[in-house]
Design a binder for this molecule. Sequence first.
Ligand code: SF4
Length: 310
Amino acid sequence: MVLFVTGLCHRRCWYCPLSPERSGQDLAYANDRPVNQPEEILLEARMMGALGTSITGGEPFLVPGRVAAFCTILKEAFGKEHHIHLYTGMAPTREMLTPLVGLVDEIRFHPPQDAWPEILGSPYARSLETARSLGFAAGIEVPSLKGLPALAGILPLVEFLNINELEWGGINADEMRSRGYIPEDSVHNAVRGSRRWARDLPHRDKVHWCSSRFKDAVQLRERLKRIATRTARPFDEVTGDGTILYGVLEPDGQLAPDHLGLREGSYEECDGRIELSWRALQKRAKRLAGKKYIVERYPNRGVVVEVTPL
Ligand code: SF4
């Protein structure tokens, strides 16, 4: 589960991928669901059968009490083995880290690009050592930007260096252009050349490359599929991409679902619409008056991807 704990952040990274709806807003989301109470997080975690949680933001250390409360409830509900890792753009001190001992398993530091050339003498290196001395697994996770090889010096101190392929996005497109970055091609949103900056780093066993294709094709799809299979209604069809498909009938006038020859549980009535298997709707489409269409959307009443009229 991805647990976004706040959109507040003390930094202004030019490549920040946060949307305007989240950036600077002190809001929390479990996956894409807004949450206010810790209990709502448990609902989302149970619904998707989460095995672990990724704490992101914004900057989690700006809301330390919230992070501790969320992690406590997750560990209490799912046990110590529910793995929690936390991202930070800060260099937290021992006092900031200590309350999270036993609640967070792993810290992923995100030092700013201008700190990379002097990383060993920076507060990030000291914070990383402190985190490890407190028993956290600790490493660095950064986007693949020019200057990446400067991080080679810190590799002996870290357990991992995760590099995320830089992605072109609408939010930071102007910043990308002004720095001379261009997309790899017209289909993928990876930035051309970003793999090259990671290639020459030493300690290959600690360096993990996460391509933009892997993130989209594997991580997101697997998360969606997990949620979809657990929340789909009996008549929803789960696609290979983790979206769901169903049919919608908006009848002209009144229409009782038993006139459609549907058994209980194979349809749902919502605000005058009848939602049912898209195949059942397609079979009956010609003899039904009204608006008929197939909906593809993200699971659990998520964003609609496509509406196909019948
Ligand atoms: S630290 Fe993360 S959330 Fe904050 S501005 Fe940078 S990329 Fe955005």
